[in-house]
Design a protein around this ligand. Sequence first.
Ligand code: F6R
Ligand code: FE2
Length: 189
Amino acid sequence: MEYKKPLGVDIDLETGVIPGAQKLVRRLSSLKGYFLDEKAYNELLREDPVVYEVYAIEQEENDGDLNFATTVLYPGKVGKEFFFTKGHSHAKADRAEIYYGIRGKGGMLLQTPEGKAEWIPMGPGTVVYVPPYWAHRTVNTGNEPFIFLAVYPADAGHDYGSIAEKGFSKIVIEENGEVKVVNNPRWKK
Ligand SMILES: O=C(CO)[C@@H](O)[C@H](O)[C@H](O)COP(=O)(O)O
Ligand SMILES: [Fe+2]
């Protein structure tokens, strides 16, 4: 039997960087069609800000193995809507996941395939259990980077299709200086 070598890495808790990880950058232009306010989206597109970065250490897609990644989700809004990650379910939909809050303020929107949504607020130290089958998206509701760690099965994969097309049944907005989780007016089942 050939054994893999164990690994220990120190996450930079200020920046979210994992040394040696693969870096992925998502700018606003890669989130076309995701935000409600198209006018605000197009205006901000001139700057095309980085919305989030992911630092991932991933294994081959083997049953039983684990991947982990930090996400650095920057503060910002498109119209009233706070910056968020694309959101996905897992390609193997029954694969669960654990998130752990490191820095900043935000939360997770989760949704069943039938469109029942839940909001879980997150800060440093919050653990979120993402059960099998729930699509998930994180949202930065603060004014500094929202950074968290995710641990997920190596064979989970990502399925962006349904969320890209339909979004979540709830959206997270700022109204009168308050964070509100409200029904998505564009949501159809
Ligand atoms: O849930 C996972 C992995 O299963 C996270 O590592 C996200 O992949 C990351 O937060 C970016 O979000 P997405 O663009 O993938 O939705
Ligand atoms: Fe995931």
